[in-house]
Ligand binder design. Structure first.
Ligand code: ACO
Length: 275
């Protein structure tokens, strides 16, 4: 059963779960309630068998206008208990849970993406933007800096010059520029955004999901390890994948290439027995 929320819509369709930030009248700014709803939705979907790829997008003309300046900031200035609760939920879903979500994640950026929205944008495995989407690190324009984890994750996602430029000027930029800087994988005309997102999701659904999960965890987590730690971790992870993969992908792929001669691993996924 698909749960319903005040500020988030979840729609499931043929393996793709569309998670839609749903406060279009506030440009999908992140209120405390939206953080609580998103945390619950992600929790549910992590182990939901119908969800094979998660797409994060926004209702209306905005992807996400950042933290809600009224409900997340000003309203909690004198409420430290609620501020702490909201802050924890905000960091938990936007980074820790989304960054290592056990299935592929795609940010489909359909419009505005400001400030705190950069954290879930970068946490997703892939990002596809409408060419006319508008991005901005607007914090400097109202006297703060990109906080939470934004400055930290930008250090991973943008080159030094671009990151410092946009942090310090607050200048907005469009989807084409985001693609040029590799903040998103690519940008497409708005009319093709959904179709291109589905195309990528379908490509991912052809792969072995257990290998996909291990692949993203290994890449994302070993980036901050030293070489010995990374080598040891990858060795252990590889053994774990072979032991736990219910479809025995390594053996099956090897058999199809070497014995059956039915596919070329350089050009696509092996023929999987289960969907
Ligand atoms: N926080 C709270 N409310 C917001 C936010 C936000 N981040 N963004 C938009 N809204 C609200 C507006 O206050 C307005 O509410 P109202 O109808 O009750 O007055 C409604 O959403 C629509 O906003 P408009 O400004 O009228 O919409 P428009 O389409 O003209 O502009 C835009 C959209 C560009 C996103 C503009 O609202 C804006 O600049 N928002 C702030 C974006 C920002 O700087 N985000 C970073 C926040 S800081 C952080 O994340 C750490």
């Amino acid at each position: 059963m698909t749960k319903s929320y005040q500020t988030v819509k979840v729609e499931k369709d043929n393996g793709i779960t569309w998670v839609i930030l749903n406060r279009p009248e506030k440009r999908n700014a992140m209120s405390p309630q939206l953080h609580y709803d998103m945390l619950d939705a992600i929790n549910e979907l992590e182990t939901d068998n119908e969800t094979r790829v998660l797409v994060l997008t926004g209702a209306g003309e905005s992807w996400c206008a950042g933290q809600d300046l009224k409900e997340y900031f000003r309203a909690l200035d004198n409420n430290p208990a609620e501020r702490r609760r909201a802050n924890w939920a905000s960091q938990e879903w936007r980074w820790r849970r989304l960054f290592t979500f056990p299935k592929p994640t795609i940010a489909m950026v359909n419009g505005y993406c400001f400030g705190g929205a950069f954290t879930p944008l970068i946490a997703c495995d892939f990002a596809i933007a409408a060419e006319d989407a508008v991005f901005g690190l607007s914090e400097i324009n109202w006297g703060i800096f990109p906080g939470g984890l934004v400055s930290r994750v930008l250090a991973d996602a943008l080159c030094y010059r671009d990151a410092v430029y946009y942090i310090m000027t607050g200048d907005p930029f469009d989807g084409k520029k985001a693609a040029e800087m590799k903040l998103v994988n690519f940008a497409v005309p708005r009319a093709q955004l959904r179709e291109e997102t589905i195309k990528l999701a379908k490509k991912l659904m052809e792969k072995n999901p257990h290998a996909l999960r291990a692949a993203k965890e290994v890449y994302k987590l070993c980036r901050t390890m030293d070489y010995s730690q990374a080598e040891d971790y990858m060795g252990a992870k590889s053994t774990a994948l072979r032991a736990t993969d219910p479809e025995k992908g390594r053996e099956e792929g090897t058999k199809q290439f070497l014995d059956d001669k039915t596919y070329r691993p350089g050009f696509g996924a092996y023929g999987r027995k289960k969907g």
